[in-house]
Design a protein around this ligand. Structure first.
Ligand SMILES: Cc1cc2nc3c(=O)[nH]c(=O)nc-3n(C[C@H](O)[C@H](O)[C@H](O)COP(=O)(O)OP(=O)(O)OC[C@H]3O[C@@H](n4cnc5c(N)ncnc54)[C@H](O)[C@@H]3O)c2cc1C
Length: 282
């Protein structure tokens, strides 16, 4: 299929993009890497009247580490994050997750901002942002604002972004020597969207773990935290944590697997990721 006809505009700046969005309320879409948007246009799941291309805006990409945080510009390509020494050192959870996103060609074009804004429930990066307790920087008609990851993902492909908002960056806490991270997913083939996955962070506390955050993806309308399992794992009770998943998660059947299979796999992932969390980083 071919997309429905649309007009195209190249934004010169974030302010220009916001102005263009305001000129066609609800009828315009931002174009970043196009790796999700073009598929939805081609399948006519979406038929905006105007595409606003963000790719010519300078300064919307890039990775920096300041004030104990890693800031990643919205237009940073997955491939740039994958090969960044700053990401490897200061945001190791993102470094573990990015190679699981699609294939090389998709990672060369797709952007971190696009993935967070699209909020696919089976995508890796929204779950990482949630596990890291990160935040999203948004520019809109009324100025800039910051939204914490716990409040950003609202529902299926639904976020705190309004129709005149541009996601400009994400920020996550920079890893310290006590930071522990874990990541695992099940996909039918490497590069496929995950059937189910788990992104996790914790703080080493003596011989145990504190501040455990477990963010599952592929189980619900958004990435979700398994809070009862988090508490059990922080108490050093892995078997209890696995049992608590029955209360934390309620995965439904989908094209990839039954809800029952996903529930079982959630426990398998938790055991794998708990092992990673217990290991000190090199
Ligand atoms: C074959 C295939 C396999 C894939 N597999 C995976 C996978 O395993 N895991 C995974 O996570 N992803 C996967 N993807 C999707 C890929 O990661 C995309 O890069 C990502 O979902 C969207 O990023 P994008 O930059 O391409 O955004 P686009 O497609 O350009 O945009 C996606 C949506 O986000 C909005 N948007 C984009 N940027 C902004 C912004 N700065 N502010 C506000 N709104 C914005 C757009 O308007 C649009 O609605 C796959 C894609 C393909 C084609």
């Amino acid at each position: 299929m071919k997309p429905a006809p649309f007009a195209y505009a190249k934004a010169r700046s974030v302010d220009h993009a916001i102005e263009l969005l305001g000129g066609m309320p609800g009828e315009a879409r931002l174009l970043a890497g196009g790796q999700s948007l073009l598929a939805t246009l081609n399948m006519r799941l979406s038929a905006p009247k105007l595409l606003i291309d963000l790719n010519g805006i300078g300064g919307l990409d890039g990775i920096s580490v300041k004030n104990g945080q890693v800031e990643i510009g919205a237009l940073t390509r997955h491939a740039d994050a994958e090969h960044s020494s700053d990401i490897a050192k200061h945001a190791p959870l993102i470094a573990m997750a990015v190679p699981h996103i699609g294939h090389v060609a998709i990672r060369n074009r797709g952007t971190l901002g696009g993935s967070i804004a699209f909020a696919d429930p089976a995508a890796e990066l929204p779950a990482c942002l949630l596990a890291l307790g990160g935040e999203v920087e948004i520019a809109g008609a009324k100025g800039k604002r910051t939204v914490k990851s716990d409040h950003f993902f609202k529902g299926l492909f639904e976020t705190a972004l309004g129709s005149q908002d541009v996601l400009t960056a994400i920020r996550v806490p920079a890893a310290t020597k006590n930071t522990r991270v874990g990541f695992a997913e099940f996909a039918r083939r490497h590069g496929d969207y995950a059937m189910i996955g788990l992104a996790a962070t914790a703080r080493a506390d003596g011989r145990g773990l504190a501040d455990v955050r477990l963010a599952y993806f592929g189980v619900d309308a958004t990435a979700v935290r398994a809070m009862k399992a988090e508490a059990a794992l922080a108490s050093g009770k892995l078997d209890d944590a696995v049992k608590q998943l029955a209360e934390d998660l309620d995965p439904h059947d989908d094209v990839q697997a039954t809800g029952a299979a996903k529930k079982h796999l959630a426990g398998v992932l938790l055991r794998r990721v708990a092992k990673q969390l217990m290991e000190a980083r090199p």
